[in-house]
Design a protein around this ligand. Structure first.
Ligand code: AMP
Ligand code: MG
Length: 334
């Protein structure tokens, strides 16, 4: 599996802290923990609890599991108000916030479009434009969701709407895992969850965690190195997951307004204090492209952007000033 970001190994001297590393397979990808602790047992217990939390969220938010809360909601869409858990409400609220912020570039109601492109891959036939248009008008659009937050009710006004948390769920799960680790007293560690990273504190003797940003054009050579502390780093890229139809790769990130997979943005990395927000923003900016992302990042402050775009005359890499503040020259620690 191609992990979007490369964690850079660091060697630290003069420390009594132990590095404990463990990895799990959950939400269809690898969840990797590296924690520094004085006591191995303490680290192991903290990691097990954080993993259980992510697993619990997977059981709730997966659209592959028939008995998840999400599958239940999707199966009764269009039948009136449904009672859901406060966490479910919270994630829907955050998702709708990003739909509004990005003029619909980010939209969790695009499940049926994803299904359409997946079917295209299976049948080896590109989805035709009429079917795409009809799917959008009948089954896609964040305005089809109505929340009654206080009453913990959700109302979806069309039967064929299918919610997909693929663009935000891993970030949300990381935020939960990090808050659990911090409550337990973990002060130094890094989590890598298939393209979503969170750096807790700094490694012993260091001022931050060194992270290499995957280069979508050359996997041997990271695009940039950053040093981050208490920060989420989210990368969305079409080099990791895509649909293959008639020998051509189509990104798994789709513009919910046109139904078409993203073609001109191979990779986007967003830095933010919140992994949920970084996750949603990196998916949204993949759809919006560089120019429109500036308006969004003006409103959403304290986020950094690195974007790779494909243009007529070549590939361009843009890093905003917030991102550049965290850049370091190379992978060697300190
Ligand atoms: P990420 O890797 O975080 O960019 O998420 C990609 C996943 O998010 C896809 O596999 C879809 O499940 C979902 N997705 C694709 N396009 C969008 C979009 N425009 N808005 C919200 N979710 C999306
Ligand atoms: Mg995302």
């Amino acid at each position: 599996m191609n992990i979007a970001l490369v964690l850079v190994a660091s060697i630290f001297l003069n420390t009594n802290l132990l590095l404990v590393e463990r990895a799990f397979y959950v939400m269809g990808t690898i969840l990797e923990f590296k924690l520094y602790c004085e006591d191995r047992e303490f680290c192991n217990k903290a990691i097990s609890d954080a993993y259980s939390e992510v697993k619990r969220l997977d059981d709730m938010l997966s659209n592959y599991k028939e008995d998840s809360e999400l599958s239940e909601v999707n199966s009764v869409a269009g039948t009136g108000k449904i009672h859901v858990s406060p966490e479910f409400i919270e994630l829907i609220e955050r998702s709708l916030f990003f739909s509004n912020l990005t003029n619909g570039a980010f939209d969790i109601t695009l499940g049926k479009l994803i299904e359409l492109w997946r079917q295209g891959q299976q049948s080896k036939v590109l989805p035709d434009s009429e079917t795409v248009k009809k799917t959008i008008s009948d089954c896609v659009g964040f305005d089809k969701i109505k929340l009654h937050s206080k009453e913990e009710l959700i109302e979806i006004n069309s039967q064929c709407v299918s919610i997909d948390f693929g663009g935000i769920g891993k970030g949300y799960a990381i935020d939960r895992a990090v808050s659990m680790l911090k409550k337990k007293g973990v002060e130094s560690g890094i989590i890598n969850f298939g393209g979503e990273i969170f750096a807790i504190g700094a490694p012993p003797g260091g001022s931050g965690w060194r992270v290499g940003i995957h280069n979508p054009l050359n996997s041997d050579e990271p695009l940039s190195f950053i040093e981050v502390k208490d920060m989420a780093v989210s990368t969305s890229g079409n080099y990791e997951r895509f649909f293959v139809i008639l020998g051509k790769n189509y990104s798994h990130i789709i513009d919910p307004r046109t139904g078409m997979p993203v073609e001109t943005v191979p990779s986007v990395t967003v830095l933010s204090k919140s992994a949920t927000d970084a996750d949603a923003l990196s998916t949204a900016i993949s759809v919006m492209g560089k120019d429109k992302s500036a308006d969004v990042l003006k409103k959403y402050e304290n986020a950094g952007l690195l974007i790779v775009t494909k243009q007529k005359n070549g590939i361009f890499i843009y890093k905003d000033s917030f991102f550049q503040r965290f850049e370091v020259r190379n992978s060697s620690p300190h």
